[in-house]
Ligand binder design. Structure first.
Ligand code: PMT
Length: 422
């Protein structure tokens, strides 16, 4: 009886004999290129390494030499190295050039065709296909100049691997991390097998591209007189992190902000307000939007009258009565607008019975989603850099354990993008 056909197992060394020239750029992710050399050699590739001057500030050429088993090339003007294998020969030797990490500057120089150091000269002098693995600060990555440079490299046939979304060296978070060495090797194997297109990226396509997202953040201050106000402890961190995350996902973001001490996230349009009445006016004025996220801690009450002059202590009385009246509910009002709005998201800051009150708001204010956070327990919620939340919608919920507000914002935006499709 004939053997039944078996799928041939994946080769253990899928890059066997491939000659890869790894060009290392000057970014903190250069240290990950060491692991990349090891992984490439494990996959069977022959690896030679060239480093920019900047890369040598982060990792020594000797480390690459030890891992690649070949002398590391660092300059155009090394006569000994040129005698062994000139840079033009090295450019011809390569079956493929891999640039990792590709810094913003290095990508710009490759896009422009510079030849003012070893790495740019090798790339210009070689006809080998190019794989670039960008890594940089997320604002630099999202800058139109960098996006134009990477588009140009892609148009010329370069394979682009990453960057990936996540925490960055500067303590921020966003698309800018070097793809993991294992993922870079997998992308190289795929492109060598002709499985991947000339340009691949593990970064998700911007999920909110083309959408307008309106976000409120921070506290409101309700003036009692020219020197006093009724306010709350909101720092704006949660709302600002959401605005940054929405911008990263490609949305056009308008942030209506109460008084806070935070920088405007990149690519976000910010409108500053002070009181609940001003916030209402700014929010309604910024409509239509596709998504509204009410992360602001809007004061529920405001003094019936603002005293035109500072209230003086009354020698005859031990108390002062300030009459407060309800502020308009901005979130509930937005939820009644039907023009363009696809999703209305409210926050609930609760000290107890979180689910009961959160679900109550979902129904009473006719929201699509409520993000509830427990406050008043010392950690998370107001002011803190961290937060934990539970999202509630009509027939579901999702728990988000404590993490940084920056991280949480990314997770909440992923849920929001998912609920949009539901
Ligand atoms: O700013 P941080 O220091 O980072 O803290 C973040 C936060 C705790 C303020 C935030 O995560 C949060 O929970 N924001 C909502 C706080 C709040 O006011 O919750 P609430 O339960 O009182 O209001 C419910 C919702 O109605 C909120 O979306 C609020 O924006 C909205 N609202 C409330 C009153 C009002 N007059 N108009 C409104 O739109």
């Amino acid at each position: 009886m004939a053997d039944s056909p078996k799928a041939s197992p994946a080769p253990q060394r899928p890059l066997e004999g491939r000659r890869l020239l790894l060009c290392v750029g000057g970014g903190i992710a250069a240290y990950k290129a060491l692991e990349l050399v090891r992984r490439l050699r494990d996959a069977g590739a022959l690896v030679q390494v060239a480093m920019t001057a900047g890369a040598q500030q982060f990792v020594t050429p000797l480390s690459f030499q030890a891992l690649s088993g070949q002398p590391t090339r660092t300059t155009l003007w090394d006569s000994a190295a040129e005698q062994a294998m000139g840079h033009i020969e090295l450019a011809r030797w390569a079956d493929r050039i891999v640039v990792a990490p590709g810094t913003a500057d290095l990508l710009a120089r490759l896009a422009q065709g510079h030849a003012d150091d070893l790495v740019s000269t090798l790339c210009l002098a070689s006809t080998a296909p190019l794989t670039v693995c960008p890594a940089m600060n997320h604002r630099m990555w999202l800058h139109p100049a960098t996006q134009a440079n990477i588009a140009l490299l892609r148009d010329r046939g370069a394979q682009v691997v990453g960057p990936v979304d996540g925490p960055l060296a500067e303590g921020e978070s966003g698309p800018g991390r070097l793809a993991e060495p294992g993922d870079i090797v997998a992308a190289l194997v795929a492109v060598e097998r002709g499985e991947a297109g000339s340009s691949t990226s593990p970064s998700p396509a911007p999920e909110l591209a083309g959408l307008r997202v309106l976000i409120s953040a921070g506290p409101t201050y309700e003036d009692i007189d020219p020197v006093r106000y009724v306010g709350n402890r909101s720092s704006g961190k949660m709302g600002y992190a959401l605005a940054a995350a929405a911008a990263r996902l490609g949305a056009s973001v308008v942030l209506v902000s109460g008084p806070v001490h935070l920088a405007t996230p990149a690519g976000v349009e910010r409108i500053d307000v002070r009181s609940a009445a001003q916030m209402r006016q700014a929010v309604l004025g910024a409509l239509p939007a596709d998504i509204y996220i009410g992360a602001a801690a809007v004061s529920d009450y405001t003094p019936r009258q603002v005293a035109p002059q500072k209230l003086k202590k009354n020698a005859d009385s031990q108390s002062l009565v300030v009459e407060l009246v309800r502020t308009p509910d901005i979130l509930a009002e937005v939820a009644t607008q039907t023009q363009a709005l696809k999703l209305v998201v409210g926050f609930a800051a609760e000290t107890h019975d979180v689910e009961k009150y959160a679900r109550g708001k979902l129904v009473d204010k006719r929201l699509d989603l409520v993000i509830a956070n427990q406050v008043g327990q010392g950690t998370g919620g107001f002011e803190s850099d961290d937060n934990a939340a539970t999202a509630y919608w009509q027939d579901g919920e999702q728990v988000f354990p404590a993490t940084s507000k920056i991280e949480l914002a990314g997770q909440l935006l992923a849920l929001i993008a998912q609920r949009l499709k539901a």
